[in-house]
Write a protein that binds this ligand. Structure first.
Ligand code: GLY
Length: 367
Protein backbone atom coordinates (compact mmCIF):
# COMPACT_ATOMS: atom_id res chain seq x y z
CA UNK A 1 0.00 0.00 0.00
CA UNK A 2 1.29 3.47 -0.85
CA UNK A 3 0.24 6.64 0.90
CA UNK A 4 0.81 10.03 -0.71
CA UNK A 5 0.30 13.18 1.29
CA UNK A 6 -0.93 16.31 -0.48
CA UNK A 7 -0.50 19.56 1.41
CA UNK A 8 -2.87 22.34 0.40
CA UNK A 9 -1.41 25.77 1.15
CA UNK A 10 -3.89 27.57 3.41
CA UNK A 11 -5.95 30.19 1.62
CA UNK A 12 -4.59 33.67 2.10
CA UNK A 13 -6.41 35.62 4.76
CA UNK A 14 -9.35 37.32 3.14
CA UNK A 15 -10.75 40.67 4.19
CA UNK A 16 -13.25 43.03 2.64
CA UNK A 17 -14.54 46.51 3.19
CA UNK A 18 -18.13 47.45 4.03
CA UNK A 19 -18.93 50.98 2.85
CA UNK A 20 -21.95 52.61 4.51
CA UNK A 21 -23.65 55.84 3.41
CA UNK A 22 -26.80 57.57 2.20
CA UNK A 23 -27.57 58.02 -1.52
CA UNK A 24 -24.21 56.54 -2.53
CA UNK A 25 -25.63 54.09 -5.09
CA UNK A 26 -25.04 56.36 -8.10
CA UNK A 27 -21.33 56.70 -7.28
CA UNK A 28 -20.64 53.05 -6.37
CA UNK A 29 -19.96 51.84 -9.95
CA UNK A 30 -16.95 54.16 -10.30
CA UNK A 31 -15.48 52.57 -7.18
CA UNK A 32 -16.24 49.05 -8.43
CA UNK A 33 -14.48 49.82 -11.74
CA UNK A 34 -11.52 51.25 -9.87
CA UNK A 35 -11.26 48.23 -7.57
CA UNK A 36 -11.90 45.59 -10.27
CA UNK A 37 -10.60 47.15 -13.51
CA UNK A 38 -9.91 43.84 -15.28
CA UNK A 39 -13.12 41.99 -14.45
CA UNK A 40 -16.24 41.68 -16.60
CA UNK A 41 -19.26 42.59 -14.53
CA UNK A 42 -22.56 40.70 -14.29
CA UNK A 43 -25.40 42.13 -12.19
CA UNK A 44 -27.99 39.93 -10.48
CA UNK A 45 -31.07 41.71 -9.19
CA UNK A 46 -34.85 41.19 -9.09
CA UNK A 47 -37.94 42.75 -10.60
CA UNK A 48 -38.79 44.75 -7.44
CA UNK A 49 -35.43 46.48 -7.64
CA UNK A 50 -35.93 47.19 -11.35
CA UNK A 51 -39.35 48.72 -10.59
CA UNK A 52 -37.77 50.88 -7.86
CA UNK A 53 -35.15 52.09 -10.38
CA UNK A 54 -32.10 50.92 -8.39
CA UNK A 55 -30.20 49.02 -11.15
CA UNK A 56 -30.47 52.09 -13.40
CA UNK A 57 -29.21 54.31 -10.61
CA UNK A 58 -26.26 51.95 -10.03
CA UNK A 59 -25.12 51.65 -13.65
CA UNK A 60 -26.11 55.07 -15.08
CA UNK A 61 -25.50 55.06 -18.85
CA UNK A 62 -23.25 51.99 -18.78
CA UNK A 63 -24.42 48.82 -20.55
CA UNK A 64 -23.94 46.05 -17.98
CA UNK A 65 -25.35 42.56 -18.49
CA UNK A 66 -28.06 42.07 -15.91
CA UNK A 67 -30.03 39.02 -14.82
CA UNK A 68 -33.41 39.92 -13.32
CA UNK A 69 -34.88 37.30 -10.95
CA UNK A 70 -38.64 36.90 -11.55
CA UNK A 71 -40.73 36.69 -9.49
CA UNK A 72 -38.88 38.39 -6.65
CA UNK A 73 -38.80 36.57 -3.31
CA UNK A 74 -38.22 33.22 -1.64
CA UNK A 75 -40.27 31.42 -4.33
CA UNK A 76 -37.38 31.94 -6.79
CA UNK A 77 -34.70 30.92 -4.30
CA UNK A 78 -34.14 27.51 -5.85
CA UNK A 79 -31.62 25.60 -7.93
CA UNK A 80 -33.54 26.29 -11.18
CA UNK A 81 -32.84 30.00 -10.82
CA UNK A 82 -29.16 29.27 -10.24
CA UNK A 83 -29.03 27.11 -13.37
CA UNK A 84 -30.67 29.89 -15.41
CA UNK A 85 -28.11 32.39 -14.10
CA UNK A 86 -25.14 30.16 -14.87
CA UNK A 87 -26.40 29.32 -18.35
CA UNK A 88 -27.04 33.00 -19.04
CA UNK A 89 -23.46 33.77 -18.02
CA UNK A 90 -22.24 31.05 -20.37
CA UNK A 91 -24.36 32.44 -23.22
CA UNK A 92 -22.69 35.81 -22.59
CA UNK A 93 -19.29 34.02 -22.86
CA UNK A 94 -18.31 35.15 -19.39
CA UNK A 95 -15.32 33.48 -17.80
CA UNK A 96 -13.49 33.22 -14.51
CA UNK A 97 -12.53 36.89 -14.83
CA UNK A 98 -16.11 37.92 -14.00
CA UNK A 99 -17.34 39.79 -10.95
CA UNK A 100 -20.95 39.16 -9.93
CA UNK A 101 -22.64 42.22 -8.44
CA UNK A 102 -25.64 41.27 -6.27
CA UNK A 103 -28.08 44.16 -5.98
CA UNK A 104 -31.09 43.42 -3.80
CA UNK A 105 -32.42 41.84 -0.64
CA UNK A 106 -31.50 38.61 1.12
CA UNK A 107 -32.89 36.37 -1.60
CA UNK A 108 -30.92 38.06 -4.38
CA UNK A 109 -27.74 38.08 -2.26
CA UNK A 110 -28.06 34.41 -1.33
CA UNK A 111 -28.77 33.28 -4.91
CA UNK A 112 -26.08 35.48 -6.46
CA UNK A 113 -23.48 34.48 -3.86
CA UNK A 114 -24.21 30.80 -4.43
CA UNK A 115 -24.05 31.18 -8.23
CA UNK A 116 -20.68 32.93 -7.78
CA UNK A 117 -19.42 30.11 -5.56
CA UNK A 118 -20.03 27.45 -8.24
CA UNK A 119 -19.62 29.28 -11.57
CA UNK A 120 -16.48 27.77 -13.13
CA UNK A 121 -15.41 26.66 -9.64
CA UNK A 122 -15.87 30.06 -8.03
CA UNK A 123 -15.71 33.74 -8.96
CA UNK A 124 -15.93 36.86 -6.76
CA UNK A 125 -19.21 38.42 -5.66
CA UNK A 126 -19.84 41.96 -4.46
CA UNK A 127 -22.93 42.59 -2.36
CA UNK A 128 -25.10 45.72 -2.54
CA UNK A 129 -27.94 44.95 -0.08
CA UNK A 130 -31.10 47.04 -0.34
CA UNK A 131 -33.37 45.70 2.42
CA UNK A 132 -33.33 45.95 6.21
CA UNK A 133 -32.65 42.22 6.56
CA UNK A 134 -29.86 42.14 3.98
CA UNK A 135 -28.15 45.32 5.22
CA UNK A 136 -28.21 44.08 8.83
CA UNK A 137 -27.48 40.44 8.27
CA UNK A 138 -27.47 38.38 5.10
CA UNK A 139 -25.07 40.43 2.93
CA UNK A 140 -22.33 40.15 5.56
CA UNK A 141 -20.72 36.89 6.57
CA UNK A 142 -20.59 34.87 3.38
CA UNK A 143 -23.58 32.54 3.81
CA UNK A 144 -25.03 31.80 0.39
CA UNK A 145 -27.49 29.22 -0.87
CA UNK A 146 -30.87 28.24 -2.25
CA UNK A 147 -33.73 26.11 -0.93
CA UNK A 148 -34.59 22.53 -1.93
CA UNK A 149 -38.22 21.40 -2.06
CA UNK A 150 -37.69 20.08 1.48
CA UNK A 151 -35.76 22.74 3.36
CA UNK A 152 -34.21 26.20 3.38
CA UNK A 153 -30.64 26.67 2.11
CA UNK A 154 -30.23 22.95 1.41
CA UNK A 155 -27.80 23.87 -1.40
CA UNK A 156 -25.25 26.30 -0.05
CA UNK A 157 -21.70 27.46 0.41
CA UNK A 158 -19.74 29.88 2.53
CA UNK A 159 -18.62 32.39 -0.09
CA UNK A 160 -17.47 35.68 1.33
CA UNK A 161 -18.04 38.83 -0.70
CA UNK A 162 -15.13 40.91 -1.97
CA UNK A 163 -16.90 44.07 -0.84
CA UNK A 164 -20.23 45.34 0.51
CA UNK A 165 -21.85 48.71 -0.23
CA UNK A 166 -24.75 49.71 2.03
CA UNK A 167 -26.81 52.66 0.83
CA UNK A 168 -29.48 53.23 3.49
CA UNK A 169 -31.23 55.50 0.97
CA UNK A 170 -32.37 52.38 -0.90
CA UNK A 171 -34.52 51.46 2.12
CA UNK A 172 -36.84 54.35 1.26
CA UNK A 173 -38.49 52.33 -1.51
CA UNK A 174 -38.86 49.11 0.50
CA UNK A 175 -42.37 47.83 1.13
CA UNK A 176 -43.51 48.62 4.71
CA UNK A 177 -44.01 45.01 5.87
CA UNK A 178 -40.58 43.90 4.57
CA UNK A 179 -38.98 47.01 6.08
CA UNK A 180 -40.40 46.34 9.55
CA UNK A 181 -39.73 42.58 9.51
CA UNK A 182 -36.09 43.16 8.57
CA UNK A 183 -35.59 45.36 11.65
CA UNK A 184 -35.82 42.25 13.84
CA UNK A 185 -32.28 41.20 12.84
CA UNK A 186 -31.03 44.53 14.24
CA UNK A 187 -32.90 43.91 17.51
CA UNK A 188 -31.36 40.41 17.54
CA UNK A 189 -27.84 41.87 17.20
CA UNK A 190 -28.49 44.25 20.09
CA UNK A 191 -29.88 41.45 22.28
CA UNK A 192 -26.92 39.12 21.77
CA UNK A 193 -24.08 41.63 21.79
CA UNK A 194 -24.73 45.24 22.82
CA UNK A 195 -27.17 46.47 25.49
CA UNK A 196 -26.46 50.13 24.63
CA UNK A 197 -27.47 49.44 21.04
CA UNK A 198 -30.76 48.01 22.38
CA UNK A 199 -31.31 51.28 24.35
CA UNK A 200 -30.57 53.20 21.12
CA UNK A 201 -33.15 51.16 19.20
CA UNK A 202 -35.78 51.74 21.90
CA UNK A 203 -35.12 55.50 22.01
CA UNK A 204 -34.98 56.01 18.26
CA UNK A 205 -37.77 53.70 17.18
CA UNK A 206 -39.98 56.49 15.77
CA UNK A 207 -37.09 57.81 13.65
CA UNK A 208 -36.26 54.26 12.55
CA UNK A 209 -39.85 53.62 11.50
CA UNK A 210 -39.95 56.89 9.57
CA UNK A 211 -36.69 55.81 7.83
CA UNK A 212 -34.50 58.66 9.09
CA UNK A 213 -31.26 58.04 7.20
CA UNK A 214 -28.91 59.36 9.93
CA UNK A 215 -30.35 56.86 12.41
CA UNK A 216 -30.30 54.10 9.76
CA UNK A 217 -26.59 54.76 9.11
CA UNK A 218 -25.83 54.45 12.84
CA UNK A 219 -27.76 51.19 12.91
CA UNK A 220 -25.88 49.86 9.88
CA UNK A 221 -22.56 50.61 11.61
CA UNK A 222 -23.65 48.78 14.80
CA UNK A 223 -25.01 45.81 12.82
CA UNK A 224 -21.91 45.40 10.67
CA UNK A 225 -19.56 45.73 13.65
CA UNK A 226 -21.48 43.10 15.65
CA UNK A 227 -21.96 40.67 12.79
CA UNK A 228 -18.45 41.25 11.42
CA UNK A 229 -16.78 40.53 14.74
CA UNK A 230 -18.74 37.27 15.22
CA UNK A 231 -17.92 36.11 11.68
CA UNK A 232 -14.23 36.94 12.16
CA UNK A 233 -14.17 34.66 15.20
CA UNK A 234 -16.01 31.74 13.60
CA UNK A 235 -16.55 32.13 9.83
CA UNK A 236 -17.77 28.54 9.31
CA UNK A 237 -20.23 28.42 12.25
CA UNK A 238 -18.49 25.81 14.35
CA UNK A 239 -19.60 27.46 17.59
CA UNK A 240 -19.61 31.25 18.31
CA UNK A 241 -21.38 32.12 15.06
CA UNK A 242 -24.37 30.15 16.33
CA UNK A 243 -25.16 33.16 18.50
CA UNK A 244 -26.43 34.84 15.31
CA UNK A 245 -29.14 32.17 15.32
CA UNK A 246 -30.78 33.68 18.42
CA UNK A 247 -34.53 33.14 18.04
CA UNK A 248 -33.97 31.01 14.94
CA UNK A 249 -34.61 27.49 16.36
CA UNK A 250 -38.32 28.19 16.83
CA UNK A 251 -38.31 31.04 14.28
CA UNK A 252 -37.17 29.00 11.27
CA UNK A 253 -39.70 26.26 12.12
CA UNK A 254 -42.52 28.82 12.36
CA UNK A 255 -41.45 30.38 9.04
CA UNK A 256 -41.46 27.01 7.29
CA UNK A 257 -44.66 25.75 8.95
CA UNK A 258 -46.41 28.92 7.77
CA UNK A 259 -45.46 28.01 4.19
CA UNK A 260 -43.41 31.24 4.12
CA UNK A 261 -46.56 33.32 4.62
CA UNK A 262 -44.76 34.78 7.61
CA UNK A 263 -41.64 36.72 6.63
CA UNK A 264 -38.26 35.68 8.05
CA UNK A 265 -38.08 38.61 10.49
CA UNK A 266 -41.68 38.10 11.62
CA UNK A 267 -40.93 34.44 12.39
CA UNK A 268 -37.70 35.33 14.18
CA UNK A 269 -39.62 37.80 16.38
CA UNK A 270 -41.81 34.88 17.54
CA UNK A 271 -38.66 32.78 17.98
CA UNK A 272 -36.99 35.46 20.10
CA UNK A 273 -40.05 35.63 22.36
CA UNK A 274 -39.83 31.81 22.56
CA UNK A 275 -36.15 32.07 23.57
CA UNK A 276 -37.16 34.67 26.19
CA UNK A 277 -39.77 32.29 27.64
CA UNK A 278 -37.15 29.50 27.79
CA UNK A 279 -34.81 31.94 29.57
CA UNK A 280 -37.52 32.60 32.19
CA UNK A 281 -38.14 28.85 32.64
CA UNK A 282 -34.42 28.15 33.07
CA UNK A 283 -33.70 31.06 35.41
CA UNK A 284 -31.75 33.08 32.84
CA UNK A 285 -34.41 35.71 32.20
CA UNK A 286 -37.12 37.80 33.82
CA UNK A 287 -40.64 38.80 32.86
CA UNK A 288 -39.59 42.48 32.84
CA UNK A 289 -36.83 41.82 30.34
CA UNK A 290 -39.16 39.88 28.07
CA UNK A 291 -41.76 42.66 28.35
CA UNK A 292 -39.16 45.19 27.10
CA UNK A 293 -38.45 43.03 24.06
CA UNK A 294 -42.12 42.37 23.43
CA UNK A 295 -42.87 46.12 23.58
CA UNK A 296 -40.29 46.93 20.90
CA UNK A 297 -41.70 44.14 18.67
CA UNK A 298 -45.26 45.42 19.17
CA UNK A 299 -44.16 48.92 18.14
CA UNK A 300 -42.44 47.50 15.06
CA UNK A 301 -45.72 45.66 14.52
CA UNK A 302 -44.50 42.10 14.05
CA UNK A 303 -46.27 39.05 15.51
CA UNK A 304 -45.16 37.74 18.91
CA UNK A 305 -47.36 34.64 19.02
CA UNK A 306 -47.56 31.50 16.89
CA UNK A 307 -50.56 31.91 14.54
CA UNK A 308 -53.47 29.63 15.43
CA UNK A 309 -53.53 27.89 12.06
CA UNK A 310 -50.01 26.44 12.45
CA UNK A 311 -50.06 22.74 13.14
CA UNK A 312 -48.21 22.04 16.41
CA UNK A 313 -47.01 18.56 15.33
CA UNK A 314 -45.51 19.95 12.14
CA UNK A 315 -43.84 22.72 14.12
CA UNK A 316 -42.22 20.33 16.63
CA UNK A 317 -41.05 18.11 13.74
CA UNK A 318 -39.46 21.11 12.04
CA UNK A 319 -37.83 22.27 15.29
CA UNK A 320 -36.22 18.83 15.58
CA UNK A 321 -34.75 19.29 12.09
CA UNK A 322 -33.03 22.55 13.03
CA UNK A 323 -29.41 22.57 11.91
CA UNK A 324 -28.25 22.95 15.54
CA UNK A 325 -30.04 19.72 16.54
CA UNK A 326 -28.02 16.91 18.07
CA UNK A 327 -29.55 13.41 18.02
CA UNK A 328 -32.86 14.84 16.82
CA UNK A 329 -33.23 17.31 19.67
CA UNK A 330 -32.62 20.97 18.95
CA UNK A 331 -30.15 23.31 20.62
CA UNK A 332 -31.15 26.84 21.64
CA UNK A 333 -29.17 30.07 21.73
CA UNK A 334 -30.04 32.01 24.91
CA UNK A 335 -29.06 35.32 26.51
CA UNK A 336 -28.44 35.97 30.22
CA UNK A 337 -28.98 39.73 29.93
CA UNK A 338 -29.78 42.18 27.16
CA UNK A 339 -26.55 42.45 25.17
CA UNK A 340 -24.95 39.27 26.49
CA UNK A 341 -25.10 35.76 25.13
CA UNK A 342 -25.25 32.84 27.57
CA UNK A 343 -22.56 30.17 27.25
CA UNK A 344 -22.10 26.86 29.02
CA UNK A 345 -18.74 25.10 28.88
CA UNK A 346 -17.83 27.39 25.98
CA UNK A 347 -20.90 26.31 23.93
CA UNK A 348 -23.30 28.87 22.43
CA UNK A 349 -26.15 26.55 21.40
CA UNK A 350 -27.50 24.60 24.37
CA UNK A 351 -29.80 21.70 25.08
CA UNK A 352 -33.12 22.54 26.74
CA UNK A 353 -35.38 19.94 28.38
CA UNK A 354 -38.17 18.66 26.17
CA UNK A 355 -40.87 19.58 28.74
CA UNK A 356 -39.67 23.18 28.80
CA UNK A 357 -39.69 23.45 25.00
CA UNK A 358 -43.19 21.97 24.80
CA UNK A 359 -44.46 24.28 27.57
CA UNK A 360 -42.96 27.30 25.79
CA UNK A 361 -44.52 26.38 22.45
CA UNK A 362 -47.83 26.09 24.23
CA UNK A 363 -47.40 29.49 25.89
CA UNK A 364 -46.34 31.05 22.59
CA UNK A 365 -49.69 30.00 21.15
CA UNK A 366 -51.90 30.86 24.06
CA UNK A 367 -50.69 34.04 25.74
N1 GLY B 1 -27.71 34.94 9.68
C1 GLY B 1 -26.89 34.18 10.54
C2 GLY B 1 -25.48 34.05 10.06
O1 GLY B 1 -25.10 34.70 9.11
O2 GLY B 1 -24.73 33.28 10.61
Amino acid sequence: MTELKITIPSAKQASYTITIGTEILASVWLQIDEQFPNQSKFIITDENLVNAGHPKKLTGDREITTFVIKPAGEISKNIKTVISIIEEMEKCALGRDTLIVALGGGTVGDIAGFAASIFKRGIPVLQIPTTTVAQADSAIGGKTGVDSTLSKNAFGAFWHPVGVYIDVGTLKTLDERQYRAGLIESVKHALIANGEYFDFLEKNLDAILSRDTDVLETMAIHNCKIKGSVVELDPLEKNQRRMLNYGHTIGHAVEQASGFELLHGESIAIGIIGAGLIEIETGLGTNDRLKRIQTIFEKIDVPTEIPENLEEKKLVKLIKHDKKAVQHWPRFVLIDKIGHIHQKNGQYALEVEREIVEKVINKLKKR
